[in-house]
Write a protein that binds this ligand. Structure first.
Ligand code: COA
Length: 158
Protein backbone atom coordinates (compact mmCIF):
# COMPACT_ATOMS: atom_id res chain seq x y z
CA UNK A 1 0.00 0.00 0.00
CA UNK A 2 1.30 3.51 -0.75
CA UNK A 3 0.77 7.06 0.43
CA UNK A 4 1.83 9.96 -1.88
CA UNK A 5 5.09 10.32 0.05
CA UNK A 6 5.39 7.09 2.03
CA UNK A 7 5.40 3.35 1.52
CA UNK A 8 3.64 1.15 4.08
CA UNK A 9 5.46 -2.13 4.65
CA UNK A 10 5.86 -4.79 7.37
CA UNK A 11 8.19 -3.96 10.23
CA UNK A 12 11.52 -5.81 10.24
CA UNK A 13 14.02 -6.17 13.06
CA UNK A 14 16.26 -3.40 11.67
CA UNK A 15 13.38 -0.91 12.17
CA UNK A 16 13.01 -1.44 15.90
CA UNK A 17 15.26 1.35 17.20
CA UNK A 18 13.65 3.84 14.83
CA UNK A 19 10.20 2.75 15.99
CA UNK A 20 11.27 3.37 19.60
CA UNK A 21 12.35 6.87 18.49
CA UNK A 22 8.91 7.33 16.96
CA UNK A 23 7.33 6.44 20.30
CA UNK A 24 9.57 9.02 21.99
CA UNK A 25 8.73 11.75 19.48
CA UNK A 26 5.01 11.11 18.97
CA UNK A 27 3.54 9.71 22.17
CA UNK A 28 5.98 9.94 25.08
CA UNK A 29 5.08 13.60 25.76
CA UNK A 30 1.38 12.62 25.94
CA UNK A 31 2.14 9.68 28.25
CA UNK A 32 4.26 11.88 30.56
CA UNK A 33 1.55 14.54 30.65
CA UNK A 34 -1.12 11.94 31.51
CA UNK A 35 1.03 9.89 33.90
CA UNK A 36 0.73 6.71 31.86
CA UNK A 37 3.00 3.81 32.90
CA UNK A 38 5.52 2.87 30.25
CA UNK A 39 8.76 0.92 29.88
CA UNK A 40 10.79 1.15 26.70
CA UNK A 41 12.59 -2.12 27.46
CA UNK A 42 9.23 -3.88 27.47
CA UNK A 43 8.12 -2.13 24.29
CA UNK A 44 11.31 -3.24 22.53
CA UNK A 45 11.01 -6.83 23.80
CA UNK A 46 7.37 -6.98 22.67
CA UNK A 47 8.29 -5.71 19.22
CA UNK A 48 11.00 -8.34 18.82
CA UNK A 49 8.69 -11.10 20.04
CA UNK A 50 5.84 -10.18 17.70
CA UNK A 51 7.69 -10.01 14.39
CA UNK A 52 6.48 -12.94 12.32
CA UNK A 53 3.64 -13.85 14.73
CA UNK A 54 0.54 -14.41 12.58
CA UNK A 55 -1.77 -12.82 15.17
CA UNK A 56 0.14 -9.52 15.17
CA UNK A 57 0.28 -6.94 12.40
CA UNK A 58 3.25 -4.54 12.55
CA UNK A 59 3.53 -1.92 9.82
CA UNK A 60 5.86 1.02 9.26
CA UNK A 61 5.53 4.01 6.94
CA UNK A 62 8.80 4.92 5.29
CA UNK A 63 9.72 7.83 3.06
CA UNK A 64 9.40 6.73 -0.56
CA UNK A 65 12.97 7.83 -1.35
CA UNK A 66 14.47 4.43 -0.48
CA UNK A 67 15.27 1.88 2.17
CA UNK A 68 17.36 4.37 4.17
CA UNK A 69 14.59 6.96 4.34
CA UNK A 70 13.46 7.61 7.91
CA UNK A 71 10.31 6.06 9.33
CA UNK A 72 7.42 8.48 9.69
CA UNK A 73 4.68 6.17 10.98
CA UNK A 74 3.99 2.93 12.81
CA UNK A 75 0.94 0.75 13.37
CA UNK A 76 0.52 -2.33 15.60
CA UNK A 77 -2.54 -4.54 15.96
CA UNK A 78 -3.45 -7.94 17.27
CA UNK A 79 -6.06 -10.51 16.30
CA UNK A 80 -7.99 -12.36 19.00
CA UNK A 81 -11.39 -14.01 19.55
CA UNK A 82 -14.14 -11.90 21.11
CA UNK A 83 -15.13 -12.91 24.64
CA UNK A 84 -18.87 -12.58 24.18
CA UNK A 85 -19.64 -13.20 20.52
CA UNK A 86 -18.48 -15.04 17.44
CA UNK A 87 -16.57 -11.98 16.23
CA UNK A 88 -12.85 -12.14 15.63
CA UNK A 89 -11.44 -8.87 16.88
CA UNK A 90 -8.62 -6.80 15.46
CA UNK A 91 -7.30 -4.81 18.42
CA UNK A 92 -5.32 -1.73 17.47
CA UNK A 93 -2.41 -1.52 19.91
CA UNK A 94 -0.68 1.60 18.61
CA UNK A 95 -0.67 4.13 15.81
CA UNK A 96 2.03 6.77 15.61
CA UNK A 97 2.84 9.46 13.08
CA UNK A 98 6.00 11.49 13.64
CA UNK A 99 5.08 15.09 14.58
CA UNK A 100 6.93 16.37 11.47
CA UNK A 101 4.49 14.37 9.30
CA UNK A 102 1.21 14.76 11.17
CA UNK A 103 -1.68 16.34 9.33
CA UNK A 104 -0.72 15.07 5.88
CA UNK A 105 -3.06 12.06 5.74
CA UNK A 106 -0.53 9.45 6.84
CA UNK A 107 -2.53 8.50 9.95
CA UNK A 108 -5.63 8.03 7.80
CA UNK A 109 -3.69 5.78 5.39
CA UNK A 110 -2.32 3.71 8.27
CA UNK A 111 -5.88 3.24 9.57
CA UNK A 112 -7.08 2.23 6.10
CA UNK A 113 -4.22 -0.25 5.97
CA UNK A 114 -5.23 -1.57 9.41
CA UNK A 115 -8.84 -2.05 8.32
CA UNK A 116 -7.89 -3.83 5.09
CA UNK A 117 -5.34 -6.08 6.80
CA UNK A 118 -7.77 -6.94 9.61
CA UNK A 119 -10.47 -7.84 7.08
CA UNK A 120 -8.00 -9.97 5.12
CA UNK A 121 -7.06 -11.75 8.36
CA UNK A 122 -10.70 -12.72 8.97
CA UNK A 123 -11.50 -10.11 11.61
CA UNK A 124 -15.05 -8.80 11.84
CA UNK A 125 -14.68 -6.14 14.51
CA UNK A 126 -12.12 -3.41 15.20
CA UNK A 127 -11.39 -2.31 18.73
CA UNK A 128 -8.98 -0.09 20.64
CA UNK A 129 -8.68 2.09 23.71
CA UNK A 130 -7.80 5.77 23.75
CA UNK A 131 -6.33 7.64 26.69
CA UNK A 132 -8.86 9.88 28.45
CA UNK A 133 -8.55 13.36 26.97
CA UNK A 134 -6.25 12.19 24.15
CA UNK A 135 -6.10 14.55 21.17
CA UNK A 136 -6.25 11.43 18.95
CA UNK A 137 -9.93 11.00 19.79
CA UNK A 138 -10.94 13.60 17.17
CA UNK A 139 -8.86 11.72 14.61
CA UNK A 140 -10.72 8.44 15.21
CA UNK A 141 -14.11 10.14 15.16
CA UNK A 142 -13.17 11.79 11.85
CA UNK A 143 -12.58 8.28 10.47
CA UNK A 144 -16.02 7.03 11.52
CA UNK A 145 -15.27 5.34 14.88
CA UNK A 146 -17.60 5.80 17.81
CA UNK A 147 -16.77 5.70 21.48
CA UNK A 148 -18.74 2.99 23.25
CA UNK A 149 -16.82 2.03 26.37
CA UNK A 150 -14.58 3.47 29.07
CA UNK A 151 -11.47 1.65 30.12
CA UNK A 152 -11.05 1.74 33.92
CA UNK A 153 -7.82 1.24 35.82
CA UNK A 154 -6.88 0.67 39.47
CA UNK A 155 -3.29 0.13 40.54
CA UNK A 156 -2.42 -2.64 42.98
CA UNK A 157 1.30 -1.90 43.31
CA UNK A 158 1.44 1.11 45.57
C1 COA B 1 -3.36 10.62 15.90
C2 COA B 1 -2.41 10.56 14.69
C3 COA B 1 -2.04 9.11 14.42
C4 COA B 1 -3.10 11.17 13.47
O1 COA B 1 -2.22 11.05 12.35
P1 COA B 1 -2.16 12.21 11.23
O2 COA B 1 -1.30 11.72 10.13
O3 COA B 1 -1.75 13.48 11.87
O4 COA B 1 -3.69 12.33 10.78
P2 COA B 1 -4.25 12.61 9.29
O5 COA B 1 -3.46 13.73 8.70
O6 COA B 1 -4.29 11.34 8.53
O7 COA B 1 -5.73 13.10 9.63
C5 COA B 1 -6.91 12.44 9.16
C6 COA B 1 -8.11 13.27 9.55
O8 COA B 1 -8.20 13.33 10.98
C7 COA B 1 -8.17 14.70 11.41
N1 COA B 1 -7.39 14.77 12.65
C8 COA B 1 -6.10 14.38 12.81
N2 COA B 1 -5.73 14.57 14.09
C9 COA B 1 -6.82 15.10 14.73
C10 COA B 1 -7.08 15.52 16.05
N3 COA B 1 -6.13 15.45 17.01
N4 COA B 1 -8.32 16.00 16.35
C11 COA B 1 -9.28 16.09 15.39
N5 COA B 1 -9.09 15.68 14.11
C12 COA B 1 -7.88 15.21 13.78
C13 COA B 1 -7.47 15.44 10.29
O9 COA B 1 -7.82 16.82 10.30
C14 COA B 1 -7.99 14.72 9.07
O10 COA B 1 -9.31 15.18 8.81
P3 COA B 1 -9.84 15.56 7.31
O11 COA B 1 -10.58 14.33 6.89
O12 COA B 1 -10.72 16.71 7.53
O13 COA B 1 -8.67 15.86 6.47
C15 COA B 1 -1.12 11.38 14.97
O14 COA B 1 -1.50 12.70 15.27
C16 COA B 1 -0.26 10.86 16.10
O15 COA B 1 0.58 9.99 15.92
N6 COA B 1 -0.45 11.42 17.31
C17 COA B 1 0.39 11.10 18.46
C18 COA B 1 0.28 9.66 18.88
C19 COA B 1 -1.13 9.27 19.26
O16 COA B 1 -1.84 9.99 19.94
N7 COA B 1 -1.49 8.07 18.82
C20 COA B 1 -2.77 7.49 19.12
C21 COA B 1 -2.67 6.71 20.37
S1 COA B 1 -4.31 6.30 20.98
Amino acid sequence: MTHPTHVLRPLVEADILQVLDLYRAAILPIWLERGRDHDFGRIEANLRARIGDGDHGLTVAQGASGHRAPLAGYLAWERHPDHTSTHTVAHLRMILVHPDHQGSGLGRDLMRHFEAAARAAGCTKLLFDVLAGSPARGFYERLGYHHWSDYLEKRLDG
